[in-house]
Design a protein around this ligand. Structure first.
Ligand code: KG4
Ligand code: ZN
Length: 321
């Protein structure tokens, strides 16, 4: 089964073709990074206009001939950005007479781990740390589409903290890759930054105190500040993932979302957790893309094929309930 995926929840206009939830035959991503780096972050109105301009060019790279269904992000995300994707997907579903599958963006990030892999080579329960600019969760997955949020951030997402700290110390947008690069030349133990463990049992996160602590450091010491900050974030993320895996008897653990591209995080998780660890096969599956949306759409469709016949069975949502 071949699914056309569409993703416009934030600042990437993306379309993809994915067969049977795994084989990616096309993955088109029009990034708005150059535009948003001028303002140091995403301006929603600017992002929305750019999606409108880039959607048709992105689609023109895709062969519609043997598309069996369309999957699209319906939320969470910026509502004005999401609308371009949902309206486009509805239109294609109507014209082609094919099913329309709404997908939760975070479920998409989770299913990025199935891309370019054998979809049967997974063992549940899986505990997933899914972290990006907009969200930061620990998810218990007992089976396909069976998700329970077992931990979340009380304030900033880790990616958001990377972006804010990068701006503070004069590095570019997005902050994650910039901090990670600067950290290569720094000492991660130079500054002892706070780790918010919260209560002993807690699987929740908090990064706002860390951000404030960084603002009190000599910020011109860029490499050492970047390395110490990255160390503190990855320490908390990997330790809470470990605790969650133990508590829920996970068979494997996964990393997903933009921050899962971070090398230090991957390294720490591997060092601390003796279970099989997966992160997306390619860097472009970590950050926002439409292949992951098509993969999640495939598993939704397979579970209940009759639920997605209507072209108008969709509503863009900035929060997902
Ligand atoms: O998943 P994504 O593309 O968008 C959201 O759904 O938010 O994630 C983008 C986030 C940004 O905050 C970016 O700074 C972060 O992921 N990121 C990284 C790295 N690459 C991207 N954070 C840490 N290290 C990286 N290598
Ligand atoms: Zn995302």
């Amino acid at each position: 089964m071949k699914i056309l995926g569409i993703e416009t929840s934030c600042d990437e206009t993306a379309v993809a073709l994915v067969e049977n939830g795994s084989h990616v035959s096309k993955n088109v991503i029009y990034s708005q990074i150059d535009i948003h780096s001028q303002t140091g972050g995403v301006v929603p109105e600017v992002a929305a206009r750019e999606h409108i301009l880039k959607m048709v060019p992105a689609l023109s790279e895709v062969d519609f001939d043997d598309v069996d269904a369309i999957a699209v992000t319906e939320g969470p995300g910026l509502i004005s950005s999401l609308l371009t994707g949902t309206v486009t997907a509805s239109t294609i579903a109507l014209v082609l007479g094919k099913p329309l599958i709404p997908v939760n963006h975070i479920h998409g990030h989770i299913y990025a781990n199935w891309l370019s892999r054998d979809i049967d080579d997974f063992e549940f329960p899986i505990v997933i740390l899914t972290v990006s600019g907009g969200h930061n969760e620990l998810v218990l997955m007992r089976g396909h589409l069976d998700f329970e949020i077992i931990g979340e951030t009380l304030d900033d997402a880790a990616g958001e903290a990377f972006d804010k700290v990068a701006r503070l110390i004069g590095l570019g947008y997005p902050g994650g890759p910039a901090i990670s690069k600067a950290a290569e030349n720094g000492d991660p133990n130079k500054y002892d930054l706070p780790r918010a463990w919260l209560s002993k049992e807690s699987l929740d996160f908090s990064f706002s105190g860390l951000k404030t602590a960084v603002s009190r450091l000599p910020i011109s010491d860029t490499a050492n500040v970047a390395a110490s900050f990255q160390e503190a974030v990855c320490d908390v993320l990997s330790e809470k993932l470990k605790r969650a895996a133990e508590k829920y008897g996970a068979e494997e653990v996964h990393l997903a979302g933009g921050v899962s591209a971070n090398k230090r995080l991957r390294e720490m998780v591997k060092q601390r957790i003796s279970l099989p660890v997966k992160w997306p096969e390619k860097i472009e599956y970590c950050t926002d893309n439409a292949a992951m949306i098509a993969a999640a759409g495939y598993f939704r469709f397979k579970k209940d094929p009759s639920a997605y016949a209507a072209w108008n069975n969709i509503q863009a949502k900035n929060r997902f309930t």
